[in-house]
Design a protein around this ligand. Structure first.
Ligand SMILES: NC(=O)c1ccc[n+]([C@@H]2O[C@H](COP(=O)([O-])OP(=O)(O)OC[C@H]3O[C@@H](n4cnc5c(N)ncnc54)[C@H](OP(=O)(O)O)[C@@H]3O)[C@@H](O)[C@H]2O)c1
Length: 271
């Protein structure tokens, strides 16, 4: 799908992968609409993009709130028309064992990324179907396909996002709209782990064999996924190789992830 001249809505655009993706899309001539809660940051990123010769507008919204998403959708359609590209990169949630997770945290983990992506898609899909053109990409996670200990609510929300994206692709069969699940490895320069404390230390040690990537490298992968209309994409490629290994030999990769993953500090159920 052609990026230059297209209208792109990027969620999670105030930080990390979303911010880097918005910047790369604007650099390639797209009109970019930046969505996240932090209005000040979005305005600053929009002016950085404008100073570099690009076109971007801030649309602050809390994507966990259906009314805000609905209002955002209407405001975008009125001011800019129908988007051709939707990028779902809003996501949050600390990694916790089930018994460490409060009821409220389970809900919040599902809010972003899953409900945010479902609501934002819902807001634009009727107009995009009418235009019969579009590319919808979800920034998933290795956790959207693999599991490890100590992150149940986080992992469930990433499986939900991946499941939604796969189901959306089925819904879009026989239209000119495409859905893509994008899987980045660990991002070296994202604020994700400082925003979600006591999470980074729970990455299974086996994950250290996979190279980290910058948010710009993730964004360049997203650009490639759009240009090639990919169904799925893993960046770095080694993550895709590990995923294939997990499909072929699930017990081996399970064992590696489980045994090198987080351990409960106090409660031991086995052993
Ligand atoms: N970082 C990694 O190593 C990594 C690796 C693989 C996959 N991922 C996944 O990629 C996604 C993005 O990660 P990232 O590293 O870019 O994280 P990040 O830097 O923490 O950015 C998260 C973005 O989500 C936005 N957001 C959070 N809650 C929101 C809400 N209710 N409504 C609207 N926007 C909201 C935040 O903006 P506001 O706070 O301004 O709302 C921010 O722009 C996450 O789902 C993450 O799990 C990350």
């Amino acid at each position: 799908m052609q990026i230059a001249g297209s209208l792109c809505v990027v969620s999670g655009a105030s930080s990390g992968i979303g911010k880097a993706t918005a910047t790369e899309l604007a650099r390639r001539g797209a009109k970019v609409l930046l969505v996240a809660r932090n209005a000040e940051r979005l305005e600053q990123i929009a002016s950085e993009i404008a100073n570099a010769g690009g076109r971007a507008w801030a649309f602050p919204a809390d994507l966990s709130k259906p009314q805000e998403v609905e209002a955002l959708g209407q405001a975008v359609l009125e001011a800019h028309g129908v988007p051709q590209i939707l990028i779902h990169s809003a996501g949050t949630g600390a990694w916790r064992f089930v018994e460490e997770t409060s009821y409220q945290e389970f809900i919040e983990q599902m809010n972003t990324p899953y409900f945010a992506a479902a609501f934002l898609t819902r807001a634009f899909l009727p107009a995009m179907l009418e235009a019969n053109q579009g590319f919808i990409l979800s920034v998933c996670s290795p956790a959207s396909r693999q599991v490890w200990p100590g992150a149940a609510g986080y992992i469930a929300a990433r499986w939900a996002l991946n499941g939604f994206t796969e189901a959306l692709r089925a819904d879009l069969y026989e239209t000119n709209l495409k859905a893509c699940a994008f899987f980045p490895g660990k991002i070296s320069d994202s604020e994700y782990f400082s925003r979600n404390p006591d999470t980074e230390n729970r990455i299974p040690r086996v994950g250290r064999f996979l190279p980290e990537i910058s948010s710009r490298q993730a964004a360049l992968g997203i650009v490639r996924a759009i240009e090639t209309e990919a169904r799925t994409m893993f960046v770095p490629w080694q993550l895709g190789a590990f995923d294939l290994l997990a499909r072929l030999f699930p017990r081996i990769t399970e064992r590696l992830a489980w045994s090198s993953g987080a351990k409960r500090k106090t409660l031991r159920v086995k052993g």
